[in-house]
Design a protein around this ligand. Structure first.
Ligand code: FMN
Ligand code: SF4
Length: 478
């Protein structure tokens, strides 16, 4: 059972949606009337360091837990990338997380740097371009990047599916969750030097494969993000801000040296909270009182107040100094505060019932992103967490981009269920209601149980996939 918040699908008119938003006491940019291309703000081209982007839709990175044990794409991976191309969005932020070291794979089926990576990346990019061309679109203004990652304390690289965490520093709550029987190994400074070299190596391959930027990932509790809060870590990669951002700075220097001309982006969790756990009635509650939590990079205290964005500001100022313009903003982590990261009606199987109306989580990310986008007007900022808006996503997206609240609107789950939503919006077509993501979270529950990720309820391909029956069995037993 999900906690009863008004369902977005039941809000049939713009007035009803706006009244619901107002009743929550949050502000959300909104335009009741949609415009099509060429007039829509979402249809306007914009230059980026990675090339011209023909519109303001961005596909957020989403992995499918469907690579081979060697880290190579399968037909399922290729299908997803093709559909990303078919979407009509002109900025592809990373495709999906690509591990640069085996021990940093978030699951044994994550794409990973290896001897065939260059050819594999060429193929994935070709699939995406082909999807775009098949949709009747020019690829001249399509910008494609690759997201580079090490999963840190969320590494689960081997076929035994067991957590093999590698952390930046000991954590009083998260260590217990990933390693109940002993301390979590800490990556040494030498490990981080090696990791930086692997990030550079992967960037070189991505450039050779035709990608025009790489994302040096700093979000969602993975290693790059965790380093940002490594205030208690000794050595070259912890302590003050300069040391906590050394991995990024060192990697940027290496990429500029070995892959000149390749643009660089960063996906950042702009704010965070104490880890959540199931409380009474399975509703999420912070495990450590927010006021006592010292490990957030950008703390939101769980009240109606806005998150503290001072950490994010300092980080974005560094990006400006480094000559980086591509920034994708997100929040928290899908592991320890998923309602902050990807607001949903239904939690994933290892989650908790949302402690707030999910629309509040959407509004919080959009407001934080807008504040930062306006303070850093030279950055090309991508916003996240729009899928919960469902039928009203285009109305909010249009208003956000028109008012300068983001340069791009990022789409995650919605693209799994409804890949051509951007094209429908730009062409002035009504939305296909049956394809709209209703945030059932099956695309997260599947992989948490060792199954491939896809939109089981709404994408007929996954409804018919053998893992669908397994997923149903898992959910029935939960
Ligand atoms: C199945 C799935 C896989 C994801 N994989 C990644 C990933 O590889 N890298 C990443 O930065 N975010 C990943 N995300 C998070 C999304 O990019 C996005 O931030 C999140 O889903 C919120 O956006 P939405 O509301 O449009 O779904 C994933 C999300 C889902 C549902
Ligand atoms: S499984 Fe489909 S409907 Fe459910 S959250 Fe994922 S994309 Fe949306």
């Amino acid at each position: 059972m999900s906690r009863a918040y008004p369902r977005i699908a039941a809000l049939k008119t713009a007035a009803q949606f706006e009244a619901h938003v107002a009743s929550l006491g949050v502000a959300l940019p909104f335009e009741p009337t949609l415009e099509a291309a060429p007039d829509s703000p979402l249809a306007q081209a914009v230059d980026t360091s990675a090339g011209p982007a023909g519109n303001r839709f961005c596909i957020l990175p989403m992995e499918g837990w469907d690579g081979t044990p060697e880290g190579r794409p399968t037909d399922l991976t290729r299908r997803r990338w093709r559909r990303f191309g078919e979407s009509g969005a002109k900025l592809i932020w990373g495709g999906e997380a690509f591990a640069v070291r085996h021990d940093g794979r978030a699951n044994p089926n994550q794409l990973c740097l290896g001897p065939t990576s260059e050819a594999d990346l060429v193929q994935l990019r070709d699939d995406l371009l082909e999807g775009h061309s098949t949709a009747g679109l020019s690829t001249d203004d399509l910008v494609i990047g690759l997201q580079l990652t090490h999963s840190g304390r969320y590494s689960r690289p081997d076929a035994d599916h067991r957590p093999k965490p590698l952390a930046a520093y000991p954590h009083p709550v998260l260590d217990r969750r990933v390693s109940p029987n002993g301390p979590v190994p800490i990556l040494s400074d030498d490990d981080l030097d090696d990791l930086s070299a692997r990030l550079v190596q992967a960037a070189v391959l991505a450039q050779r494969a035709g990608f025009t930027f790489v994302d040096v990932k700093h979000c969602h509790g993975y290693l790059g993000h965790e380093l940002l809060s490594a205030r208690t870590r000794a050595g070259r990669f912890g302590g003050d801000f300069a040391s906590r951002t050394r991995l990024l700075r060192q990697t940027v220097e290496g990429i500029r040296r070995d892959a000149p001309g390749l643009a660089i982006g960063v996906r950042l969790s702009a704010f965070d909270t104490s880890p959540f756990r199931k409380g009474a009635d399975d509703i999420g509650e912070p495990e450590v009182p927010q006021a006592d939590y010292a490990h957030a990079f950008g703390r939101w205290d769980g009240t109606e107040a806005a998150p503290d964005l001072s950490d994010a500001r300092e980080f974005l100022a560094l990006l400006v100094d480094l000559g980086i313009d591509l920034v994708c903003l997100t929040a928290g982590s899908p592991y320890y505060n998923p309602h902050i990261q990807r607001p949903a009606t239904f939690p994933p199987s290892d989650g908790y019932q949302p402690p707030e109306d999910p629309l509040k989580g959407v509004a919080r990310q959009i407001a934080a992103t807008a504040m930062l986008a306006r303070e850093f007007p030279h950055l090309r900022v991508v916003g996240s967490a729009y899928s919960y808006l469902q039928d009203w996503l285009p109305h909010v997206a249009q208003a956000v981009v028109r008012s300068g609240g983001a340069a791009f609107v990022g789409l995650g789950r919605m693209v799994l269920s409804y890949p051509d939503l951007p094209l429908d919006v730009l062409r002035g077509h009504p939305l296909k209601r049956k394809a709209i993501c209703r945030t059932f979270s099956d695309c997260t529950t599947g992989p948490r149980n060792g199954l491939v990720s896809g939109c089981y309820p709404l994408d007929p391909f996954y409804t018919a996939h053998p893992d669908h029956a397994r997923l149903k069995a898992v959910k029935a037993g939960a």
